[in-house]
Design a protein around this ligand. Structure first.
Ligand code: ZN
Length: 351
């Protein structure tokens, strides 16, 4: 009854990259590395299917980091001379590349893994790209001199890649915008518009190919790493960041919104602000290795159903599972699918 999907990333096997890291180093190089990335993708497609998920992703096995995987195929960016920059309003320091010229795509970014995903599952497929505002917050600007102008430049490139992903057979194109939870006023002001630019024409492209395309945005409080855990402690007992952005998203052309729910301090009634949208409710905690029980997942879905119609609810993870162990991630995927199935049975049971 309820669709189930992951937010995006899954852990990389230890033979592909350093385990337990958000920016892991690859184990191999050249053709061996390219092959290993696809082997890992296949492994996770099968694992998601076996767990019982209805929407399947590539687990982001082919990119080192969710933003830089895209940036590596953009010219106008100097990767040779990275600089340290405070990102997400200085929550953490990162070595980031610099934008030094007009931005253009060198070519396709994710064709290989998107086509591979399409070729190896019969289920609906989801592919993730970083959102324009989050990219702007993860590079140093030495050229545009204006965050909005640079965001729209990135949005155009994201749109080119997204349209091509539709041609590759992807069904859900999701943009990740954790920055929306940090710069709420800017997100509502121009972030959502830049996102819509990135998603422009995708639905029409789906109609042309004869199978619908869904557009999505993922907005979270970050991976379960220490800097984020510490940041969340400063946010008080009620996290109301979504309240500022959801009204703008609800008026936008984006179909689905992925948000954090389980073990978060997000007041569930904020989901009501997304009227008319599909809501990907986070029912799996990515900041804890404790595996949720199906009952816990079903209870979380039930609490969301007070504010989201059943037909618009998709059970999802709070964020990516990248820094976790494979074993924990596998168990969490199972809990997600079993919990969603249990919630579905509870819905259909006579009352
Ligand atoms: Zn996330």
């Amino acid at each position: 009854m309820f669709d189930t999907a992951i937010a995006g990333s899954l852990p990389k096997p230890a033979w592909l990259a350093e385990p337990g890291k958000l920016w892991p180093l690859w184990r191999g190089d050249g053709g061996d590395l390219a092959r290993a990335k696809l082997d890992a993708t296949l492994l996770w497609i099968k694992t998601q299917e076996d767990a019982g998920l209805s929407v399947i992703g590539d687990g982001e096995q082919s990119r080192q980091h969710f933003v830089h995987g895209f940036l590596e195929q953009v010219s106008g960016i100097d990767f040779e001379h990275k600089v340290e920059m405070g990102i997400r309003n200085d929550r953490y320091k990162a070595m980031v590349p610099q934008v030094t010229g007009a931005l253009t795509l060198k070519g396709r970014v994710h064709a290989t893994e998107a086509r591979f995903l399409r070729a190896h599952t019969q289920r609906r497929t989801k592919f993730t790209l970083p959102g324009p505002m989050t990219i702007v917050d993860t590079v140093a600007d030495r050229f545009y001199g204006d965050r909005v102008r640079m965001a729209f430049a990135f949005a155009e490139l994201l749109n080119q890649e997204a349209l091509a992903l539709v041609e590759d057979g992807i069904d859900v194109v999701q943009f990740d915008e954790p920055a929306f939870n940090v710069y709420m006023a800017e997100a509502a002001d121009w972030g959502v518009k830049a996102l819509e630019r990135a998603a422009q024409g995708l639905k029409e492209a789906g109609e042309r190919r004869g199978r619908p395309v869904t557009t999505a945005v993922h907005i979270c409080y970050g991976y379960g790493i220490q800097a984020n855990v510490d940041w969340k402690k400063t946010l008080g007992t009620e996290w109301r960041q979504y309240e500022q952005v959801f009204p703008a998203l609800s008026r936008s052309c984006i179909d689905q919104v992925s948000l954090e729910c389980i073990h978060s301090q997000v007041p569930p009634e904020l989901m009501a602000l997304l009227e008319g949208k599909d809501v990907m409710v986070g029912v799996i905690d990515v900041a804890s290795d404790t595996v949720e029980t199906p009952q816990e997942v079903a209870d979380t879905i039930e609490s969301a159903l007070r504010f989201v119609p059943a037909a618009h609810l998709i059970a999802c993870t709070n964020c990516g599972l990248a820094p976790m162990s494979r074993e924990v991630a596998e168990a969490k995927l199972k809990a997600l699918a079993e919990g969603a199935a249990l919630a579905g049975r509870r819905q259909q049971a006579p009352r």
